[in-house]
Design a binder for this molecule. Structure first.
Ligand SMILES: Nc1ncnc2c1ncn2[C@@H]1O[C@H](COP(=O)(O)OP(=O)(O)OP(=O)(O)O)[C@@H](O)[C@H]1O
Length: 241
């Protein structure tokens, strides 16, 4: 199976500080990968490197086989990423904003309308689609961000701390949406979070980072051999080693 995300020996320094140190990660198509690490470990920095928002000092990132630093536009063509909180025009309705963004995807007017209705339906925002975004809850805004990503038919969705600030219902809706998109559209997910229990329910692969170094990558099952052993225990064990 193809690696849709390939991070090779990535190093990022700012001034004299090493934020990411020789990190390598391989993610296969169809995986839901959780990216875990304590505060300040380098999660956001790595997400920004992944999406070409910042350049590495060494190493490379390949998305669907395309080098992010050499040809960012081509590498991101089939990637949906919400790395910094999604930016919206808060006084547009969700439907209108999606319609405007769909213009970027070279669709005819009727295809555009169909696509917008399809993604609104998937993220369960059809009924609220005509309300202005300012009135949406945080969970609805997260789902609108995912709807926005879905307009480009992504193979991979990268989410930085998507559950931050969500209440239990918002988290459940987001989890169900991720599982639905993975099982019906084979979309690969790479999700950073410090909410260990949340990742445990949704991920089949885990990457753990500490002090800018990748400490673990493997199947979630291998880490969680004993069903009763919670991810949290393993996380602390790895992090204190
Ligand atoms: N522009 C910068 N200049 C200097 N140091 C930085 C810069 N950006 C990040 N850092 C430092 O790099 C380290 C990693 O930061 P990063 O935001 O990637 O961590 P994180 O794992 O996302 O943390 P959190 O869970 O708190 O969001 C931290 O020590 C942070 O203070």
């Amino acid at each position: 199976m193809e690696n849709v995300i390939e991070v090779r020996n990535l190093t990022k320094k700012i001034k004299r500080k090493t934020l990411i140190n020789d990190a390598s990660i391989s993610i296969k198509e169809g995986v839901i990968c959780g990216f875990l690490g304590p505060n300040g470990a380098g999660k956001t920095t790595l997400m920004r490197l992944l999406t070409g928002l910042v350049k590495p000092n060494k190493g490379e990132v390949l998305l669907n086989g395309k080098n992010v630093n050499k040809d960012r536009e081509e590498a991101l063509r089939h990637i949906g990423a919400i790395v910094e909180a999604p930016v919206f025009f808060e006084y547009l309705s969700g439907r209108k904003m999606l319609n405007n963004l769909a213009r970027l995807h070279q669709l005819s007017k009727s295809e555009r309308k169909q696509k917008v209705e399809e993604v609104l339906e998937i993220v369960n925002l059809k009924e609220r689609g005509d309300d202005i975004i300012k009135t949406y809850s945080l969970g609805m805004k997260q789902r609108l961000g995912i709807a926005q990503a879905l307009l480009g038919n992504p193979k991979v969705i990268i989410l930085d701390e998507p559950a931050n600030g969500l209440d239990p219902i918002g988290m459940r809706d987001l989890r169900e949406l991720i599982l639905y998109l993975n099982s019906t559209k084979n979309i690969t997910f790479f999700i950073s979070s410090h909410l260990l229990d949340e990742l445990q329910h949704v991920c089949n692969e885990l990457v753990m980072i500490k002090d800018g170094e990748i400490k673990y990558q493997g199947s979630a099952k291998d880490v969680l051999k004993d069903d009763h052993q919670r991810l949290e225990d393993i996380f602390f064990e790895l992090m204190s080693s």
